[in-house]
Design a protein around this ligand. Structure first.
Ligand SMILES: Cc1cc2nc3c(=O)[nH]c(=O)nc-3n(C[C@H](O)[C@H](O)[C@H](O)COP(=O)(O)OP(=O)(O)OC[C@H]3O[C@@H](n4cnc5c(N)ncnc54)[C@H](O)[C@@H]3O)c2cc1C
Length: 396
């Protein structure tokens, strides 16, 4: 049987596309190679776009997810290079909060909400091996299962360098970090809720340690290192993470019990990536396969959800205009995504270039961060648009 709309990948991008289609009453199929709930190595801290996309899906949803202990709102984080400097950044609680929560829980909540519409053919354990364009439809070759035909393919397979990604034209990742993550659980109520702590290290290794509090007394501890430093690393990044975690635990007051919930596992983080092939005939690319643009925070879930929402809008429009889904070009999706993320893409390019090509930056960073002006700037709710707004620099 031919499926009209097939979404490959059930991460935040694929699920958000499906959720907006379901909200508009449009049936579709979601193919996912894993079984759910599934873990995904991630810093598990999400920007305001996640909050607003959830709200547009269902006004009460952010509050419900917070009440259910799936997400925690936070208005404070701390950047530091101890013992030299520390910058607390806090927003007023009138501003959109950052949300923290385990990816397995968040993705599962998105899936459950989607299935409640009864418009999704949900196919976990279904890995697409290749996609071929025919005369009237796409043929999706599935590992160990019969082929699937689709009029429109929404590709939401994430940004990893895989054969399918390169076959469908997703560029290889260039600049990036190697990242290792572990989950800890601190016996509940023993520690007050901490802000997110982003710690720049020179010693013992040039890396960035991110400590992110999660609901239920969990902590996500991640260690990221630039690829070019990684190749000179003495030993394994997972072992370094374990060692740094031991040091953190030693610093805690006695009587606080910390459990390691899993072994460190690693991933590659793309700092700046933007695909030029966002849409084509019967074809749309969403999520980190399409765009990953925040090198300061590494936050990509907000962009993934935003792109899913915009793709769904373009599909809904094509259906309303009675276009042939296989022949429609969805160019309004590509242009609206570029418009929506333009300032972040520029910001990302500049910062990535600085991080990777300016060796002087390492020495000047402490002075830059310490400046009062930078501190005030960091405390603005929308750092990116301020960075790109010339008037911001003229203001006294
Ligand atoms: C180490 C690390 C830390 C990060 N930290 C953060 C953070 O703190 N905050 C944040 O906002 N973002 C973070 N990101 C970015 C974030 O993880 C991504 O932006 C986000 O997951 C993108 O969502 P997606 O839906 O596009 O892709 P994914 O979440 O990768 O989902 C893709 C889905 O497609 C499935 N799939 C892939 N190939 C196939 C196939 N061939 N057939 C069927 N299914 C397939 C996969 O199993 C997966 O479920 C981090 C990324 C990394 C690597």
């Amino acid at each position: 049987m031919k499926n009209k709309i097939v979404i490959i990948g059930a991460g935040p991008a694929g699920l958000t596309t499906a959720l907006f289609l379901a909200k508009a009453g449009i049936p579709h199929t979601v193919l996912e190679k894993s079984t759910f709930p599934r873990d995904k190595v991630c810093g598990e801290s999400y920007d305001g776009k996640v909050f607003h996309t959830l709200k547009r899906l269902h006004d009460a949803w952010p509050a419900q997810l917070i009440r259910a202990g799936i997400l925690t709102p936070l208005w404070e984080y701390r950047l530091n290079h101890l013992p030299h400097w520390e910058i607390p950044v806090s927003f007023s609680s009138d501003h959109t909060p950052r949300l923290q929560g385990r990816r397995s829980d968040l993705d599962q909540a998105l899936l459950q909400h989607l299935l409640s519409y009864n418009l999704t053919e949900w196919r976990p354990n279904t890995q697409v091996i290749s996609v071929e364009r025919g005369q009237t439809d796409y043929r999706l070759n599935i590992h160990g299962q019969p082929n699937i035909l689709a009029e429109l393919v929404v590709y939401a397979g994430g940004g990893a360098t895989t054969k399918l990604n390169s076959d469908v034209g997703i560029p290889k990742r260039k600049n990036g970090l190697i990242y290792s993550r572990i989950h800890l659980q601190v016996d509940n109520d023993q520690l007050p809720v901490q802000p997110i702590n982003i710690r720049f290290l020179r010693n013992p290794i040039p890396a960035c340690l991110v400590i992110c509090p999660l609901p239920g007394g969990y902590y996500n501890i991640g260690l990221g290192i630039r690829k070019k430093d990684y190749i000179h690393l003495d030993g394994n990044l997972n072992d370094w993470l374990n060692r740094l975690v031991d040091e953190e635990i030693d610093r805690l007051p006695t009587g606080i019990f910390v459990h390691r919930m899993n072994k460190p596992s690693g991933a590659h983080v793309q700092l700046h990536h933007y695909s030029n092939r966002l849409s084509g005939l019967g074809w749309v690319v969403v999520g980190s396969a399409a765009v990953e643009v925040n090198p300061v925070t590494g936050m990509g879930v907000g962009n993934a959800m935003r792109s899913g929402e915009l793709a769904a809008k373009a599909i809904i429009r094509a259906i309303a205009n009675k276009e042939n889904l296989f022949m429609a070009g969805y160019s309004s999706y590509a242009s609206s995504l570029k418009r929506s993320l333009r300032s972040e893409i520029r910001f990302s390019r500049i910062l990535t270039a600085l991080q990777f090509h300016a060796s002087w930056l390492g020495h000047t960073m402490p002075f830059i961060w310490k400046s009062r002006r930078i501190q005030r700037w960091l405390q603005q709710p929308d750092v990116v648009s301020n960075f790109l707004n010339p008037q911001h620099y003229w203001r006294k």
